[in-house]
Design a protein around this ligand. Structure first.
Ligand SMILES: [Fe+2]
Length: 195
């Protein structure tokens, strides 16, 4: 087996640009249908947002070999559907015992996590803060600020992402919404299918 080469990586903190990335993907607004509570507002926003990118990911993957790591940046636009802040699809790792870290390069976010038995943790991810996602926890990023949320993530390169497992549960138990004061709060997800 060929062993991976060490590399030194550069990240542009304000844009998330990562010139050494070996992979890229993005999610557009219309691909996020069904994720938000307020379907009517989603449909209202659709003509304007349609195929605009909500979040994009640049990653560096040396190999898929056990023990190697993936790292890179995620760039998420600010915005809300109704009162609910923009979010990523969320997942548990295919290899559920693989953990992950998120370090915030700029912006203001939340990492929303749910344990397999439905316990919720919503941790602040402000600039220069790190959130550790332990094994087994479902996780998604949420941009609660008015600028792009730029995070630097690292996880095992053979971890994989299981998006279906969250879809089957009707999302996560709680949603992150704006409070009148401009802050955020958690509310119950009415589409959640587990009791
Ligand atoms: Fe992950």
């Amino acid at each position: 087996m060929k062993i991976s080469d060490p590399i030194s990586a550069y990240f542009e903190k304000k844009s998330g640009f990562f010139p050494q990335a070996t992979g890229y993907y993005s999610k557009t607004f219309n691909e996020l249908e069904g994720m938000y509570e307020n379907e009517g507002e989603f449909q209202n926003m659709l003509p304007k947002w349609n195929n605009k990118v909500v979040y994009e990911v640049w990653e560096h993957r040396s190999s898929k070999n056990n023990g190697d790591l993936v790292f890179g940046t995620s760039v998420m636009k600010p915005g809300r559907v109704g009162e609910e802040f923009f979010l990523t699809r969320g997942h548990q790792h295919q290899k559920a015992r693989c953990a992950e870290t998120y370090f915030c390069l700029s912006g203001t976010g939340i990492i929303l996590m749910e344990s397999p038995d439905g316990e919720i943790k919503a941790l602040d991810l402000g600039t220069d803060q790190l959130v550790y996602v332990p094994p087994l926890w479902f996780h998604r990023s949420i941009n609660i600020g008015d600028s792009e949320l730029i995070t630097l993530f690292t996880y095992n390169s053979d971890a994989g992402q299981n998006y279906e497992i969250i879809k089957k549960r009707g999302g996560m138990r709680k949603r992150v919404v704006r409070k009148d004061s401009g802050n955020w709060t958690l509310v119950a997800n009415k589409k959640y299918l587990l009791s």
